[in-house]
Design a protein around this ligand. Structure first.
Ligand SMILES: Nc1nc2c(c(=O)[nH]1)N[C@H]1C(S)=C(S)[C@@H](COP(=O)(O)O)O[C@H]1N2
Ligand SMILES: [Mo]
Length: 336
């Protein structure tokens, strides 16, 4: 979805961004099976019907690609050049992964849970393993057992569409999109840390918490507000009130405040948060920009969250092409 067409809390499936690394596999729910393997007491093979018989949950969850906003970086980095649109919120229905892992019995020695999709391809960046690899993503077993981790089979009340992972995808509330593995066919519980292509070469950032940088997988979504309208370069009527609006999200934390500046960050005013906070979902916000005189302006939005995080003004280059949440200027012109 072009972010400027944001017009409600839920993003329709046909306007939801699609990020797919390899060719989209054609799967059939009648023949689909999910294998649960590795450090479990009883390996399982679930059919789609088996999954439907288990208790489900429905929750609105925001999915953001870790590369969302990449096009706005001053220093160009590899990857799909997203502007603002690689984010959306859908109501997902699925079975908590914990239910299935409980059936299988997670071993004492379990460390990570690795989701494997049915899509295969050759990864783009060196160093890369030989041949075709499946799209996979691991997460610590403690996160995998949380209720916001779903084996989702519905999006906004309808079966998943092929681009969004039909028949079943993982959904990891609070984490960037790379963990929400589509066309899910295997879940492997490992007995040591899993560092695949998607946790080390792709979707990894330099972490300096111990001083020297070490590569760490991208995990939780950062705090961020995006302006939907006016969009960059838009002309608004001078002397009339202008509705500035957008969405703000912070992974597993709640948005506590969104501030708007119309003068490139010199002064900030508090925007109105719309509706109620929904865990793991974005919060819409709006701000009445009182009759701007004719001229050129730089709009900015900045979010704060319940963990005390505030959106930074500057880009952290250690994040390579991921987790892009610094405040970005939106130049607009008010014309009579
Ligand atoms: N199997 C598989 N799952 C995947 C991907 C993929 O390429 N293959 N892309 C991931 C990435 S990087 C993102 S941002 C989300 C995007 O989900 P969407 O296409 O439904 O918006 O799916 C994730 N799951
Ligand atoms: Mo992504």
């Amino acid at each position: 979805m072009p972010f400027e067409s944001l017009d409600g809390f839920l993003t329709p499936a046909d306007r939801f961004y699609v990020r797919t690394h390899f060719a989209t596999p054609v799967l059939n729910a009648d023949t689909w099976k999910l294998e649960i393997a590795g450090a479990v007491k009883t390996p399982l093979h679930l059919t789609f019907d088996d999954l439907l018989k288990l208790p489900s949950r429905t929750a609105a969850v925001t999915l953001e690609c870790a590369g969302n906003g990449r096009q706005l970086l001053e220093q160009k980095v590899k990857g799909v050049q997203w502007t603002l649109g690689a984010v959306g919120t859908a109501e997902w229905t699925g079975v908590p992964l914990a239910t299935v892992l409980d059936q299988a019995g997670v071993g004492q020695d379990a460390v990570d849970v690795v989701f494997e999709g049915a899509d295969r391809g050759e990864p783009g960046t060196d160093p890369k393993p030989r041949g075709l690899i499946p799209f996979v993503r691991g997460l610590p077993v403690a996160k995998a057992l949380r209720p916001e981790v779903l084996l989702a089979y519905k999006m906004n009340g309808k079966p998943l569409t092929a681009p969004h992972g039909y028949p079943v995808r993982a959904l990891v509330g609070g984490w960037y999109g790379m963990a929400a593995v589509k066309w899910l066919t295997r879940v492997v519980v490992t007995d040591r840390t899993f560092r695949g292509y998607g946790e080390s070469i792709d979707y990894a950032i330099w972490d300096r918490r111990y001083g020297p940088p070490s590569l760490s997988p991208v995990t939780e979504i950062e705090v961020k507000a995006s302006i939907a309208r006016p969009m960059a370069g838009e002309t608004v009527p001078a002397g009339k009130d202008v509705r500035v609006h957008g969405a703000a999200w912070a992974g597993g934390a709640d948005i506590t405040k969104v501030e708007v500046s119309t003068d490139a960050g010199a002064n900030w005013a508090t925007a109105r948060l719309v509706g109620q906070a929904v865990p793991f979902a974005w919060r819409l916000w709006e701000y009445d920009w009182k009759s701007p005189p004719a001229g050129r302006y730089t709009l900015m939005a900045r979010a704060s969250d319940s963990r005390g995080r505030v959106q930074p003004m500057l880009r952290d280059l250690d994040r390579r092409g991921y987790m892009i949440n610094h405040v970005v200027p939106t130049p607009v012109e008010a014309k009579a």
